[in-house]
Design a protein around this ligand. Structure first.
Ligand SMILES: Cc1cc2nc3c(=O)[nH]c(=O)nc-3n(C[C@H](O)[C@H](O)[C@H](O)COP(=O)(O)OP(=O)(O)OC[C@H]3O[C@@H](n4cnc5c(N)ncnc54)[C@H](O)[C@@H]3O)c2cc1C
Length: 447
């Protein structure tokens, strides 16, 4: 029962998010990008409209929406401003390790609080010296009776400067790699927590990105999200459920760039005609359209897998990799059809180009997605076709000819060059590639 129709409830939430994006996000996006400042009031409006924290499970009082509904909402908001979308939906990243954890008391307390009141929660794995290699975390947690004591620095933390709560990954021993990684929920007001200055960025300037410093921060054991040894897997499981949403960010940004381009090419004239009449321009629009559609399908597939209890890791990487790279290409081509105007701050393309660039970096760079996918394709994927040396060969015998002399009934394939030799035994040497008899495998009669 494969079905790409959205349910009436999904269409309703998509429409609500679209209205919110057009009325509340789009009008303020360029102003705050220019100011390099996060408009916190927009996040508060998203919270009041019920568009934030939609993934809190129903048993903790939340809406219990799936990743697919999250992707629908995200696409709309990201189309209006990718930076604000990053800020608004960062709570989902910060909460996911808690939702996945076994700590029921922690879930009840903090998910309940985030659902009821406007509270922000950030997610912190990255540090000044590491991002991709999560097993290389250095921020250190030392057990001390009923507490863990945290020391170290996190960097690049979205909403870190405005978040009430922090999901922080640390290690009990930096040398032990994966085995030492653990995770904690930390409150911003606890003694020893410091927030750095906002990091100046190329794009997504409506989002807040800072470093966090922890000096002898005492974390009660009740706030352990993952005990030592379980943090690495938790971080990976988190990413496989949040990466589809990064695909949705990219789809939204690419879709709006395409829509602006469609509008522009129908109005702009060159060589005595509207530029939309040039097939070269029409084909650019076709490319943009197919990339947006493909990216959305891959995003929805990954989200669907996550919502239906399958392991979405591979589909999430495919969606993140494809959608973010496609978005970069779409936005760049959209800027191109605007000509010189695309390069100015008077039209939306330059901001979209700067904002979209981040998608290929955070939550696992494009290179890391390729590491995951090549690892799977080469080692985990189960091929259907036989190995090259076992490719079937059609013989006259198959066609009912039983007149062949006995000696010609045997066939041998050279594993090096593929040559097939008929006869009692393999030749001493392949007549094509000169490899010795040992290179031949008997392929007839079939085993
Ligand atoms: C604006 C912004 C917001 C962010 N928000 C958050 C956040 O909220 N929380 C958080 O924890 N982090 C956040 N990050 C950090 C982000 O996830 C990291 O920047 C990212 O994972 C890459 O890590 P790095 O910058 O340390 O690069 P590195 O890991 O040092 O990588 C440098 C380069 O080497 C490549 N590389 C690394 N390893 C391999 C490999 N095995 N094979 C091939 N190539 C490789 C990378 O792809 C990259 O091109 C944010 C970053 C930015 C810029």
């Amino acid at each position: 029962m494969l079905n790409f129709n959205l349910s009436p409830e999904q269409l309703k939430v998509q429409k609500q998010a679209r209205t919110f994006a057009l009325n509340e996000v789009l009008p303020v996006a360029w102003h705050y990008d220019e100011k390099d400042e996060i408009p916190l009031f927009v996040l508060k409006k998203a919270f009041s409209a019920g568009l934030m924290n939609t993934d809190i499970p129903a048993q903790y009082g939340g809406k219990g929406f799936g990743i697919l509904e999250g992707a629908l909402i995200t696409e709309e908001v990201a189309a209006a401003c990718p930076g604000l979308a990053t800020s608004i939906f960062d709570n989902s990243l910060g909460m996911e390790p808690i939702i996945l954890s076994q700590n029921e008391k922690l879930k009840t307390k903090y998910l309940g609080e985030i659902r009821k009141n406007f509270k922000l929660i950030c997610f912190a794995t990255s540090e000044p010296v590491m991002g991709s290699d999560v097993s290389g975390i250095r921020c250190q947690a030392k057990a001390d009776g009923a507490y863990f004591v945290l020391n170290g620095t996190k960097y690049w933390i979205t909403n870190g400067g405005i978040a009430d709560y922090m999901t922080v990954f640390a290690t009990i021993d930096p040398e032990s790699q994966h085995e030492g990684i653990c995770a904690f929920l930390i409150e911003k007001d606890w003694p020893g927590v410091s927030v750095g200055k906002p990091i100046p960025k190329l794009g997504q300037r409506c989002s807040n990105t800072v470093g966090l410093h922890f000096k002898n921060v005492r974390v009660p054991r009740e706030n352990v999200i993952a005990p030592p040894g379980e943090g690495f897997v938790l971080a990976m499981k988190t990413f496989s459920r949040t990466r589809p949403v990064i695909g949705a960010f990219a789809v939204g940004a690419a879709r709006s760039a395409m829509e602006y381009a469609i509008d522009y090419v129908k109005k702009r004239r060159a060589f005595g005609t509207k530029i939309v009449n040039f097939q070269a321009i029409q084909f650019k629009i076709a490319e943009m359209f197919q990339k947006v559609e493909t990216a959305r399908l891959l995003t929805w597939k990954a989200a669907w897998e996550a919502d239906n209890g399958l392991d979405p890791t591979i589909s999430a990487s495919v969606a993140k990799l494809y959608a973010t790279e496609a978005a970069q290409e779409v936005v760049d081509e959209a800027l191109q059809v605007f000509g010189g105007y695309g390069y100015t701050k008077m039209f939306p393309l330059e901001k979209l180009l700067r904002d979209t660039r981040l998608f290929r970096i955070y939550e696992g760079t494009s290179e890391i997605q390729r590491v995951i996918l090549s690892g799977f394709a080469l080692n985990g994927y189960k091929p259907v076709m036989p190995a090259l040396e076992d490719l079937p060969v059609l013989r006259d015998l198959d066609l009912g000819d039983d007149q062949l002399p006995e000696k010609d009934r045997n066939a041998w394939r050279c594993r090096m060059c593929g040559h097939i030799h008929y006869g009692d035994s393999a030749p001493d040497m392949c007549p094509y590639c000169f490899f010795p008899e040992s290179a031949f495998k008997k392929i007839w009669p079939r085993q």
